[in-house]
Ligand binder design. Sequence first.
Ligand code: ZN
Length: 231
Amino acid sequence: MDVWEGDFVYVTGPMQDKIGTVRDVDYFCKIRPSKYERVVAKVDTSLYGEFSPIEHLWVTFQRNSIEKDKMRLWFLSPLSDGPCVSNSDMVPFSLFNLDGFPISSIRAERGEGYYEEDRVVYLSIDKGEGYAIVQGSEYYEVTFIYEDEEIKTIVCNCYCEGHCKHEYAVLLQLQDLVADWAVNFDENYPKQEYFAAIDKTVAWNMNVSRRQKEIIRLTEDSYEGLIIYED
Ligand SMILES: [Zn+2]
């Protein structure tokens, strides 16, 4: 793996959960094998495509722009555990009536707080398979199935028994994207069976602020969207 100064990477060892920046590359150095930690992944921070800014998120319907396998590494080490698989027989419920979602009112309230604090930092649905990253005390991964405006299953990889505040925050965020933005969503999602959204502050820190050239243009109606060009 070629790494360069400034690259974001993950390494083995005690720092394995933290994303790091390459400070210096040295080809000739003595290493004690017991102290040696390997670089296990270099983070692909490329970002281009057409986005619509919706609240704190940049949303795209284009594949191969901010797809989940790439974006997971913006938040989590490849050595981390990964999302959970649902093993409960959940009764499907409408995304727009969360009364059907079995969660305690205290957790729902906390989830609402998370949603209001813009803690859902990544969200995507690919052919009904949903995936989200929520910022809590650490980053948690929520997976769900969304079909015909219904949630069929939803599970989070935090260690809480039953349904949690992270899942609730994701449901509220999804309601927002699907409903408040119905015109665009109804037009675009069925065509691609895909959408993805990234937190704009994260996008700025990981990519835009590090670029030299002007790479963002607003589309004709400036409120409509922005296009990020390839370098
Ligand atoms: Zn959770």
